[in-house]
Design a protein around this ligand. Structure first.
Ligand SMILES: [Zn+2]
Length: 459
């Protein structure tokens, strides 16, 4: 039964993830008008005056946790194509020509797919860097997910978004869907954008009181090239160009030296760790444990469908932990509670949304995920002294284990089914859009094979 926005999730393993290692097992979460009214043991929450009349959701054998924030995503349709290439070769020869071929219709289909896929797997909030993002806003509104939209802008290439189109997005969609959808200023990689453009982006963000999202320090080559061209490492150059601050989120940040880490911490700039992408593109292991120990806010992101190849935040948590362990040769790092924090509370903090979401606490919006632990692959589920739910979430669970998702109390995924949109129709539309995109890219590259042949040859 689809809940209204007042309901009682009862009898699950409740992990508020408020920054402590709290659990209520069994526990309940009471939601009144889309806002969390009580979190605690089953008995304590049952005593709340609103509990007796609320619709009950049985959470037995489920974890109840905050919705996850995917803080670096690109909507896209290149999944499984152009694999096993070096980052910059891959960008120049495959990704950029696809950008050239992109249309608003194709871009919107990609956002519908990405947001629906994410939501189905327990992602309640995305920071998406994409193009023609008016369509992304429409997709996010209908799917029901929270979305922060940061266009790919660049002035050293002719076909990306520009500060002018970013301004138009801010003018029309600074916030939409009662604040659930927001627009930021986006910047592509440093070599795509002139220093003047960085300063323009900083001024634009200031004018609209909004955030900035960009990539940085993803590969060693990028750091070396930055030193060669500008005489500074990327984060120092960003500082010089005036884009760092509490409203800025840097994707990747793999190769930050100690001085850059201090600049990030002192300016309050957040980083989004994308372990799967960093492994797949051989970018390297970010020193996440060190960053967090220095006070940096570290969020988690999947990156796009082309560098992951799914948008599964539960799986991303496993990669985040394992990459820490193997790169430091220290099995004690990558603790499940720390990793869960990155996917939830720290993600919300990076996005400046920690007042309204990111944890299960009274007064916060009901962005809630239930993960079904009844499958064979979760045996044994243990309680008390041998409590293992956090480890199960990080190391065992995948998106297919998510049973229910609420955003602001709206029941958007129920028993594993997306309720807000027609998933089959979105899959069909995205497939058609991808075939269109590949045909357009081939035509622009002066090749005229049939789209089907081309799809085969290049992925
Ligand atoms: Zn990216």
């Amino acid at each position: 039964m689809t809940t209204g926005t007042t309901f009682l999730i009862q009898g699950g393993i409740v992990l508020p993830l408020e920054g402590q290692r709290t659990s209520f097992d069994p526990g309940s979460v009471l939601v009144v008008d889309g806002v969390i009214a009580a979190v605690g043991t089953v008995d304590d929450v049952a005593r709340h005056p609103a509990a007796s009349t609320a619709t009950t959701v049985d959470a037995t054998s489920h974890v109840v946790m905050p919705g996850m924030h995917n803080c670096h995503l690109h909507s896209g349709l290149l999944r499984g194509t152009a694999e096993s290439m070096a980052l910059w070769e891959w960008l120049e020869n495959h990704v950029d020509p696809a950008h050239r071929a992109l249309t608003p219709e194709i871009a919107m289909a990609a956002s519908y797919m990405a947001y629906t896929e994410g939501l189905r797997g327990g992602t309640t909030s995305v920071l998406d860097m994409w193009r023609f993002m008016e369509g992304s806003a429409e997709a996010a509104e209908e799917v029901g997910i929270r979305a922060t939209l940061a266009p790919y802008t660049a002035d050293l290439y002719d076909y990306f978004e520009t500060l002018e189109t970013n301004r138009r997005l801010l003018e029309t969609h600074l916030t939409a869907a009662e604040g659930r959808v927001r627009s930021w200023v986006g910047l592509e990689h440093i070599f795509y954008c002139s220093p003047e453009m960085f300063r323009g982006a900083a001024a634009l963000a200031e004018e609209f009181g909004t955030g900035i999202h960009t990539h940085s320090s993803e590969s060693i080559w990028e750091v070396q090239e930055c030193l060669r061209q500008f005489g500074r490492r990327p984060i120092e150059e960003f500082y010089n160009r005036g884009i760092l601050g509490e409203n800025t989120v840097i994707a990747h940040g793999v190769w930050l030296d100690d001085r850059e880490v201090q600049i990030m911490v002192q300016t309050g700039t957040s980083v989004t760790h994308c372990p799967c992408s960093n492994m797949k593109l051989s970018s390297g292991p970010a020193r996440i444990g060190f960053y967090r120990s220095q006070g940096m806010t570290v969020a988690l992101g999947t990156d796009g469908e082309k560098e992951n190849n799914n948008l599964d935040m539960l799986e991303e948590m496993k990669f985040a932990s394992l990459l820490q362990k193997v790169s430091t040769l220290d099995p004690t790092v990558g603790d499940p509670w720390d990793i869960l924090d990155m996917a939830t509370r720290s993600g919300a903090a990076a996005l400046g949304l920690d007042d309204v979401t990111g944890t299960l606490e009274e007064g916060k919006d009901a962005d809630i995920v239930m993960v079904d632990l009844s499958g064979l692959h979760f045996v044994p589920v243990l309680h008390g002294r041998d409590f293992n739910a956090p480890a199960h979430l990080v190391f065992t669970a995948g998106s297919h284990d998510v049973s229910d998702v609420w955003v602001r109390g709206s029941h958007l995924v129920e028993g594993g089914e997306v309720m807000s949109v027609d998933v089959a129709a979105i899959a069909e539309r995205s497939q058609a859009a991808a075939e269109d995109l590949f045909a357009r890219r081939a035509a622009l590259q002066g090749r005229t094979p049939s789209p089907a042949t081309d799809l085969h040859k290049h992925g």
